[in-house]
Ligand binder design. Structure first.
Ligand code: FAD
Ligand code: 2HG
Ligand code: ZN
Length: 479
């Protein structure tokens, strides 16, 4: 079942009436005003089936102008809205809490332009990440981000969550790759910041407000993004390590020895491997079934096929001699490489299949990161399965606690302990998934009251009636 919140519906928000529906049909056409029960049920429910709203209306605009008209109208009527991309978010940000109108961006899925010389892609926010990847592949480029949800998530959702993913260690965050965007404010104002320049220091760089603000400040309608060239030599190694310290040392060494071609450094523990092998069909451990405690996936991307591979092999050999790796294999072809990636990328799905999941996405100093997993295991004993994996190269731990069913007693053992621990170690309670509904009230574990106050002022300035994505990101009653 879904989790309950003790949030009250904001009584200042209007209730939807038949005049509203008629107006929306007038501007969008009948078929893009969705009231169909089945479609609404899925749009009201998040990917984890953990958060569920009760919206009776989903709108599917096709143009920026339509988004602008919708928002202008909703603002004047004080109708609350929730922007929705691929609905793959993991913090309950993309679904309504109550009856907010869902503004789904899926029909705004056109590629507007691609600049072959500079590798700059301009597209609408509803483009699916994988489709952009396929388009670029033909042009000899790649997207600077990649994640397990690529088949459903949209670039607008990625930008709005500032999604990190599997390539951040190489290409950096979207605050670097996004060169410009177009966004619509609550009152319908269209902000054209769709620049395509690498450098532009003409005052405040306002696009950054929309990168990672989870749809709380406006709706992103278009994006311009810098894409790296596709390089010819990609190698993927799947490795086993005896202990966490070895994984950590391996990362330090990888940065020194293969740093210029390193494009991913991911880790998973034995509990994670166990889960993926049991829950997902067709997945197998590429290494002999010895009792390895940790696994590391390293990807390199470069332009020199023989040199890159030699370099990686030499690094792995030295690491094995030094005792950092206990076993390992390099993918011999693209299918094997995909099979290695499937183990890592399949983890969120495997956790879903296993039952209830308490999900934590933490930034922590790499050397302390795994202590939390071990401490959590001690706290919970046999009552739950504690799984640790993540983007080790970025200091990002995905701590997941898996149980058959949701249980308040287990929850009370995890929270606030996990947030207090993270805060004490000066980590972040959200490395890449955002705050959404799940962590809006936990913001003070990672931000000072002064900072939150300024965020609230910015929200008030851009969305005075608070109609866009209410109850998310910012705490309900700031301290
Ligand atoms: P949604 O889930 O629809 O929305 C996410 C948030 O953005 C919501 O608050 C929504 O209101 C807002 N939003 C969406 N579109 C817009 C828009 N156009 N304008 C304004 N606001 C908008 N995240 C990572 O960072 N790294 C990962 O490696 C990663 N892997 C994942 C793997 C799986 C299997 C799954 C299910 C999720 C994963 N995620 C990951 C989480 C998720 O944040 C990303 O999938 C993605 O960025 C969300 O995009 P979306 O289009 O689905 O957005
Ligand atoms: C990933 O890296 C995603 O696979 C999801 O960010 C993490 O399920 C999670 O905890
Ligand atoms: Zn992740």
């Amino acid at each position: 079942g879904s989790v309950s919140t003790n949030i009250q519906r904001n009584s200042l928000f209007a209730n939807l009436n038949s005049d509203d529906i008629s107006y929306f049909k007038e501007i969008l056409g009948e078929k893009n005003v969705i009231q169909d029960e089945e479609r609404l049920l899925s749009a009201n429910t998040d990917w984890m089936h953990k958060y569920a709203g009760s919206s009776r209306l989903m709108l599917q605009p096709r143009t920026t102008d339509e988004v602008s008209q919708i928002l202008q109208y909703c603002n004047s009527r004080c109708l609350a809205v929730v922007p929705q991309g691929g609905n793959t978010g993991l913090v309950g940000g993309s679904v309504p809490v109550f009856d907010e109108v869902i503004i789904n961006m899926g029909l705004m899925n056109n590629i507007i332009a691609f600049d072959q010389v500079n590798g700059i892609l301009v597209c609408e926010a509803g483009c699916i990440l994988e489709n952009l990847g396929s388009f670029l592949d033909n042009e000899g480029f790649i997207m600077p981000l990649d994640l397990g949800a690529k088949g459903s998530c949209q670039i607008g959702g990625n930008v709005s969550t500032n999604a990190g993913g599997l390539r951040l260690v190489r290409y950096g965050s979207l605050h670097g790759s996004v060169l410009g965007l177009e966004a619509v404010l609550a009152n319908g104002t269209v902000l054209d910041m769709l620049g395509t320049l690498r450098k532009d220091n003409t005052g405040y760089d306002l696009k950054h407000l929309f990168i990672g603000s989870e749809g709380s400040l406006g709706i992103v309608t278009k994006v311009s993004i810098l894409t790296p060239p596709k390089l010819s030599s990609v190698n993927v190694a799947f490795l086993a390590c005896q202990d966490y310290l070895s994984c950590q040392k391996l990362l330090t060494e990888a940065k020194r020895k293969v740093g210029e071609i390193l494009s991913a450094f991911e880790f998973l523990d034995i509990e994670a491997m166990d889960l993926v092998l049991h829950q997902l069909e067709g997945v197998r451990n590429p290494l002999p079934p010895l009792l390895h405690k940790f696994y590391v996936l390293i990807e390199t991307t470069g332009s020199d096929e023989s040199n890159d591979k030699e370099k990686l092999e030499a690094f792995l050999l030295r690491s094995m001699e030094a005792g950092l790796i206990s076993d390992g294999v390099i993918a011999q072809d693209i299918n094997q490489a995909s099979a290695f990636w499937r183990i890592r990328e399949g983890l969120p799905e495997a956790l879903m299949k296993a039952g209830a999941v308490y999900k934590y996405d933490l930034s922590l100093p790499v050397e302390k990161m795994y202590n939390l997993v071990e401490e959590m295991r001690k706290r919970l004993g046999d009552s739950a399965r504690v799984v640790g994996y993540g983007h080790l190269g970025d200091g990002n731990l995905h701590l997941n606690v898996s149980t058959k069913e949701y249980d308040d007693k287990i929850f009370a053992q995890i929270e606030p302990y996990v947030y207090e621990w993270t805060s004490k170690h000066r980590g972040s309670i959200s490395a890449e998934h955002g705050l959404g509904l799940m962590k809006a009230n936990k913001i003070y574990y990672s931000k000072t009251p002064e900072t939150v106050q300024l965020m609230a002022s910015i929200k008030k300035l851009l969305d005075p009636n608070g109609i866009i994505n209410p109850y998310k990101v910012l705490p309900q009653s700031p301290n």
